[in-house]
Ligand binder design. Sequence first.
Ligand code: NCD
Length: 307
Amino acid sequence: MFKGRDVISILDFTREELEKIFNVALKMENSGKREQSILKGKLLATAFFEPSTRTRLSFEAAMHKLGGSVIGFSETEGTSLAKGENLADTIRMLDSYADAIVMRHRIEGAAKLAAEVAKVPVINGGDGSKHHPTQAMIDLYTIWRELGKIDGLDIALTGDLRYGRAASSLLYALTKFRPRRIALISPTSLKPRKEIVDFLRGSKLKFFEGENLEDIIHELDVLYVTRIQKERFPDPAEYEKVKGGYRIDLELLNKAKKTLIVLHPLPKIDEIDLQVDETKFAKYFEQAAYGGPVRMALLALLLGGAR
Ligand code: NCD
């Protein structure tokens, strides 16, 4: 059911399929450092047209750990794109060399276009402000691993809910589950776009929009914080108005349940006080580490070999 599929949007996956990925990821975690060879002889191409640390390197590490190899680029200056080659032609070449392609691009829809051109599976490593399906898988996996479930939880997303693709992908993903309630907390100008809110309204997800985290912090099981997406603001003056507008600190977290977990897709800039890193609320580094087993599971399922 996975072999050969593209991964463009988290909405392409059913709850059962996501749970299958979690179970395979758990096996990958438990297999420890034992050498794996299930993707021996397979080649992954990474095509990163936008900056990335975790997504590219964890895909590369995952491929190596499964016995496969990796080719790719993380900036376009050294490629023929700098000479004006179009995206479709670049993807055609990668398609002829590799068994799968992971791509990140500034423009929404770029991954879908690549998937139409390529015969091998295309995995969207983030395109534009909307889709980052593997991040959403990692976010759900983190909640499931840390709290044992997703259903019934009180979850808040805060920060830049307008331009952040990690937040919108997670919201799409949560519509497949039954959390108790989702709070969308952001300054007015960073509220989720209408298309996302309309989608949520059409789903069974219980959610509300607000601006004040203090009022609800004591109810939360999960607080998902995001960075202001400076590079995606159409108007730099708008960015100047909202930057530094929210911050998660110990004073706020003192009002939270002891079991609250704070997540962040990373990179974080200044939206979480550094003191929070030292507390047991902070689970964002664990979350980033779960990217390894989740991406191993996904590659193993897409390229065959996972049980
Ligand atoms: C995110 C992204 O690129 O959308 N990063 C990631 O993959 N963890 C989040 C961000 O850049 O803020």
